[in-house]
Design a protein around this ligand. Structure first.
Ligand code: HGY
Ligand code: MN
Ligand code: MN
Ligand code: MN
Length: 410
């Protein structure tokens, strides 16, 4: 295995240039899926990829694939990449780091005139964040067959715009079928987005899997009344029910141990007038756990407590299932490839499960896959202050280079 290493300055420079697209004044990025800004980010990435001698194609979900040809054109590809779309108040590195580190691997191979047997592909998956369109990991989910193309194209954002309309509005055409193709192995490099690696003073995470996630919409309907004359004990107040359900959900997380997660990301009342007891509360619920059985128990408990609370409050409760992504374990041969690469580079590493969802979840259903993590400052992500150290960015990309080369054959 050649001892080449990536150019850390060039990688950092690419990250900073990409961060300029959709930059927010608090130092983050707002480049939501299939927006003009997302397209600008993709266009910048494609310019760099073309300069690096790659060709590319888009599929029907707007997933973008870049290929560095191998010496055996019909050999299965080694796939890397991640996503370029961000949260509304996202950071510079979530997803972007994995895409641009993939490009840095290709640039490094070019610098050293290293040919590989297998082609090397970088995927830029559509709507990984699930911020503009729900659910998350939508592009990779359709590609891997977890969702139908019709379902994926039909998802709408808060303005009622569908994925299909958004793709069309960006002028994307000549779209290839959104379906798997021969892949020998896949590696996704990503920031950890949690505190484990930084606290362990460890630069590399050897990711063994991703925890299970369930998304719901919770709709609580009561009776709108005047805020003044209506006594408290006759109200059918959906906010009162929501507050009690929320408190019990946080209790549920505490009961199910250190990996249980409950997140109530958005809450809306209708009509939203300050002197009218709301008719309706519409809220999102995100439950997570690495163990499918525990996630199942949390699901059951959520439904039970919601019924009990809403009955007492005299409101009608509806729980709509939005998304279920079961826990996945990655292919041991890919996990061991990452472990070997870290060891060969003399980098301290730690095995861990991912708390965040990633496109690798769906890729792993069609090809042997694993992930590589690097630490992020204070474990912060989905936050404009998200930050990483240049030396960690370089270390992670060097592990990715080795992992890819060990599968792509030079
Ligand atoms: O929700 C997630 O974990 C990911 O950021 N889409
Ligand atoms: Mn991500
Ligand atoms: Mn994210
Ligand atoms: Mn993610």
């Amino acid at each position: 295995m050649s001892a080449v290493t990536i150019n850390g300055e060039r990688l950092w420079d690419s990250l900073m240039q990409m961060a300029g697209i959709g930059a927010t004044d608090k130092g983050g990025c707002n480049r939501q899926a299939l927006t003009e800004l997302d397209q600008q980010g993709r266009a910048l990435f494609l310019r760099w990829c073309e300069q690096a001698g790659c060709h590319w194609w888009l599929d029907e979900m707007g997933n973008l694939f870049v290929r560095r040809p191998g010496t055996q054109p019909d050999a299965p590809a080694v796939l890397t990449g991640s996503h370029l779309d961000t949260q509304p108040t996202g950071g510079k590195f979530d997803g972007v780091y994995g895409v641009l580190a993939g490009l840095e691997v290709i640039r490094t191979l070019n610098d050293h005139q290293i040919d590989t047997t297998h082609p090397i592909d970088i995927a830029v998956w559509t709507n990984e964040e699930g911020a503009r369109f729900s659910p998350a990991m939508l592009g990779s989910g359709v590609w891997a067959g977890a969702f139908s193309l019709e379902y994926g194209l039909g998802r709408t954002d808060s303005t009622g715009t569908t994925v299909k309309q958004a793709i069309k509005s960006l002028g994307y055409d000549a779209l290839q079928p959104c379906q798997p193709y021969p892949i020998k192995a896949a590696f996704e490099l990503h920031i950890e987005q949690g505190p484990i690696l930084e606290q362990a003073k460890t630069p590399i995470g050897v990711v063994e899997g991703v925890q299970g996630m369930r998304w719901y919409d919770l709709i609580l309907t009561g009776a709108p009344v005047h805020a003044g004359p209506t006594p408290m004990d006759v109200r059918q107040d959906p906010v009162l029910a929501y507050a009690s359900i929320a408190a019990k959900l946080y209790e549920l997380a505490r009961e199910h141990g250190p990996w249980a997660r409950v997140t109530l990301g958005s809450i809306e009342t209708y009509p939203g007038a300050r002197n009218t007891v709301p008719e309706r509360v519409t809220a999102t619920v995100d439950l997570r756990h690495p163990d499918a059985n525990v996630l199942e128990q949390m699901d059951k408990a959520f439904r039970l407590l919601t019924n009990e609370v809403s009955e007492i409050a005299g409101v009608r409760a509806e729980i709509r299932d939005e998304w279920l992504s079961p826990p996945v374990s990655f292919a041991s041969e890919c996990v061991e490839t990452v472990q070997r690469a870290s060891d060969e580079l003399g980098l301290k590493s730690k095995r861990l499960f991912s708390g965040a969802g990633h496109d690798a979840v769906y890729v792993s259903s069609v090809a042997p896959t694993s992930m590589i993590f690097i630490p992020c400052e204070k474990g912060i992500s989905h936050n404009e202050a998200e930050n990483i150290k240049p030396q960690d960015a370089k270390a992670g990309a060097n592990v990715l280079l080795r992992a890819i080369l060990s599968q792509a054959g030079e």
